[in-house]
Design a protein around this ligand. Structure first.
Ligand SMILES: Cc1cc2nc3c(=O)[nH]c(=O)nc-3n(C[C@H](O)[C@H](O)[C@H](O)COP(=O)(O)OP(=O)(O)OC[C@H]3O[C@@H](n4cnc5c(N)ncnc54)[C@H](O)[C@@H]3O)c2cc1C
Length: 398
């Protein structure tokens, strides 16, 4: 079996560029095709936690991550008039040296820029067909000419269309976690510096975050629903109408957030969904990051899974010539880690958007009791444990 020398990676989010870095480290060339025409700075805040901090350090980007980190001093759960009902310190969510939060676009740039010298990036294009042969995969593109690669990695996110070409449609892979989420930029004056403020009525969450570095403030709207209603596929106009209806009479300063929604340059809306696949590869095509095992924003671990997955996949491809064995080892090492991190999300909606007034009061009481019960860094000891639950230096399988 010939060694894998040139890999096509779909998606220049977190997983794709991280993989390009580690493939180069192991002497394998990468071409990364990204649907967007250019990279965008800023965006919502994401976490690099646990083993992913070690991966970032080994990549040489940890200092850059720390320099770009958002600075939030407190997360406030407020009542209708904006008074505090419970306040959480971010230190209660992770041990400080094992987690960093930064804007998604800033992390993408930190990962892409150092790889540009050795990686071919193709922006504004996407894979439209994959034809596997015994010696390679013939990929066709919307714009570029067809080319053959030794392996194709689908790193194009939750709704990966490259995955659909080789591993089937998204529908049976989805696990709906009971809600929808929307995030968009709003004028700075709607938020308080270095603070996240969250307000609930049963089944609904509205909030604003304003950090020191992201510029402006961001609105967060969350909606708890038992059944999917397909609105995530309906387009932004229908989604904005649905949010206006759902949040009618919600109170707090939700009306001001909704009023700013139409001017937002970065309106985001999606269902809160995980991807769970029975198999991660077929022949010479495999999945990475959200495309293969999205844990949902509720876990706060999607970025870390993408970075660690990139490290492990490249490590296994660097260890053996037989890509089938390498892909099997990648899946075997990552699966328990992925599962532990996906499981974190199961109670997320009940915490963020409780469905009853009693549930909201119980959540607030729990947050108020946190310093007494567990002390800083341990509220989410389950998150911290899951985030560390992989050995980056595991020996090669015999
Ligand atoms: C609202 C929200 C909040 C989140 N909060 C957190 C958090 O607090 N902590 C955390 O760790 N994670 C969080 N996440 C999750 C995190 O953003 C993802 O898990 C992480 O970005 C996964 O990286 P990825 O590279 O696999 O996918 P993505 O970051 O989604 O990147 C996929 C890339 O592929 C591109 N693409 C899409 N389709 C194609 C195509 N057909 N061809 C080529 N390119 C394509 C996209 O443009 C994108 O650049 C959040 C996610 C959302 C949506």
């Amino acid at each position: 079996m010939a060694a894998v020398r040139h890999i096509l990676v779909a998606g220049a989010g977190i997983a794709g560029p991280a993989l390009a870095h580690w493939l180069h480290h192991h002497g394998i060339a990468a071409t990364v095709v990204e649907r967007a025409r250019e990279l965008r700075a800023g965006g919502y805040a994401i976490d690099v936690r646990g083993a992913a901090v070690d991966v970032a350090e080994r990549m040489g980007v940890l200092d850059g991550i720390r320099a770009a980190a958002t600075e939030v001093d407190r997360i406030r759960f407020v009542g209708r008039r904006g008074r505090d009902r419970a306040v959480l310190s971010p230190d209660a969510l992770s041990a400080p040296d094992r987690a960093e939060e930064l804007p998604r676009g800033d992390l993408v740039r930190l990962l892409v820029d150092p790889t540009r010298d050795h990686t071919e990036y193709v922006f504004g294009d996407r894979v439209t067909g994959l034809d596997q042969g015994p010696d390679g995969v013939l990929a066709t593109f919307e714009h570029a000419a067809p080319r053959t690669f030794d392996l194709v990695v689908c790193a194009d996110g939750l709704h990966s269309s490259t995955r659909a070409l080789a591993l089937g449609p998204e529908e049976p892979l989805r696990r709906f976690l009971g809600g929808y989420i929307s995030i968009f930029g709003v004028p700075e004056e709607l938020g308080t510096p270095r603070e996240v403020a969250l307000y609930n009525t049963p089944g609904r969450l509205s909030g604003v975050s304003r950090t020191s570095r992201t510029g402006g403030a961001r609105a967060l709207l969350g909606l708890s629903l038992r059944m999917e209603n397909g609105i995530d596929r309906a387009g932004p106009d229908a989604q904005k109408r649905a949010l206006r209806t759902a949040f009618d009479g919600h109170g707090g300063h939700t009306d001001r957030l909704l009023a700013a929604m139409d001017q937002a340059p970065d309106f985001y809306f999606d269902s809160i969904t995980q991807i769970r696949m029975d198999r991660w590869s077929t022949g010479r095509v495999t999945v990475l990051g959200d495309a293969g095992y999205c844990p949902s924003p509720l876990s706060g671990q999607g970025t870390s899974l993408a970075m660690v997955g990139a490290y492990v996949l490249a490590q296994e491809l660097g260890r053996q010539d037989d890509h089938i064995c390498a892909l099997a080892a990648y899946e075997a090492r990552m699966r328990p880690f992925v599962r532990a991190n996906q499981d974190i999300a199961d109670s997320g909606m009940a915490f963020l958007a409780p469905r009853t007034r009693l549930g909201i009061a119980a959540r607030d009481a729990l947050v108020r009791a946190t310093p007494l019960l567990s002390g800083p860094g341990r509220l989410s000891s389950r998150i911290a444990r899951a985030a560390e639950a992989i050995d980056l230096d595991a020996p090669a399988r015999a």
